[in-house]
Design a protein around this ligand. Sequence first.
Ligand code: FE2
Length: 519
Amino acid sequence: MTNALISDDERFRHCLEIQRRVSSEHNLGRLAQLVMSEVTALLGADRSTLFLFDWDTMELRANFAEGIEGRALVVPLRMGIVGTAILRREVTNVSNAYTSPYFNPEVDSILGYRTESLLVAPLLGADGRILGGLELLNKTTGRFSADDEALTAQAAARLARWVERGDAYPAGVEAEVIALRNTVGCDRGTVFVLEENSGRLAAIHADGGDGRSISLNMKLGIAGLTAVTGRSMRIPEAWEDPRFDSSVDLRTGYRTRSMLCVPLKSTQGDSVGVVQAINKRVGEFSEDDLATLEAVAGIVAIAVENAMLFADQERQFHSMLDVLAASIDAKDGLTAGHSTNVSVIALAIGSELGFSSEELDLLRVAAVLHDYGKIGISDNVLKKEGRLDEEEFDHMKSHASLSEDILTRIHFTRKYRNVPMIAASHHECLDGSGYPRGLRGQEIPFMSKILTVADVFEALTADRHYRKKMNTEEALAILDAGAGTRFDSHVVAALRRHLAAAQTIPENSGAAGAQSAAG
Ligand SMILES: [Fe+2]
């Protein structure tokens, strides 16, 4: 069905359907794909893209899954006359800013100022590295001259040396800019310094301004412009538009013709990204198409914001896990890395058994934390070189229930709810001979059975205070001997399959031979 035949009612229903589908998706990559295919279909476009801001690098990150074999593109954020001049490493002289396609009027509106003429010189390091830029605004007699260009370039070179030495401002820069402004005869002079970690140009208003610090994003292309201005754009012929960044087409061999770009705004009104549709299959994108995409963008922005929040929480959760794991490691240098190694082995077993990624996440968290209770075991027991006496062994065994006591105090959400129980049951045995509860068979969580096998295998194949490490075959023999009584035989078999596939053991080293070795 062509887009022209879609009625308003149908568009509304499509929007509701998109809302339903995107609102439950918390994975940004999958969200991007979902939005792209929905928008492409809805607008009758050839392709659509969801760009998301990467605040760390100040880039818009795009994900074209369609047509270009899922290659991810990174569009650098470069825009505005200052940014463009600096990136081109050229002195740029503009007589009427508002007619320049590179001009970003947002800064004027922030500062309540009207830019007319403008002269920009880049500040470059001795090695050609971009340090910032020098900008002069509003020549009193109209247009900046060739002499002004030369003077500004010289001043920029001097400033660059100061900035490079790190002794630039405020006094030296201010004097330099005031002198230059008086010589050239203009309204305002500004020095911008590139902040390397953010990729932003920080302005130092040396004179003529109101002292407020502003910083410019360096942006390029229609999507970047849409993100910065927060205004939608409808472009009938991209290659005829000077704001279009053709480098992406040149790189991919794709030919962009028509474009629709709509900003995604967070609930606070900040740009969080851009949704874009490219190449209307029949005719041009209409005003109706733009309205439709804007409606979709409103829905998508909420989903994106949720997904970002969710990703933030995940990052925070995993950094907390890392800290907890490090604190167990710090307790005993010889077993340091045990929890991480157990999680690697447990994940290998889980994958071998066909666990979903959600299940593997849960297994990993439980594995990393399984021995957390050892934090409460005294050092003379934990690091004892000989055999533990009965009292000491009882104390050592208490680490399993301690793990549960401590972990239940952490607020685990959703899929991680069962972490304390799974972690605490890693010393339970099928025949009920384990601890802390003496659970049997089906009473033991299946993930705990994986942890038990991973834990024993890791411990046997690593050096301990009381013995030297075993090789893989010796360790597998012990596991095989306990399969069905202490250990779940499916889990032991899965570990063996994994080790064989990883070529840690020969393909055909069967359980029978191993058992006789153990016996
Ligand atoms: Fe343990």
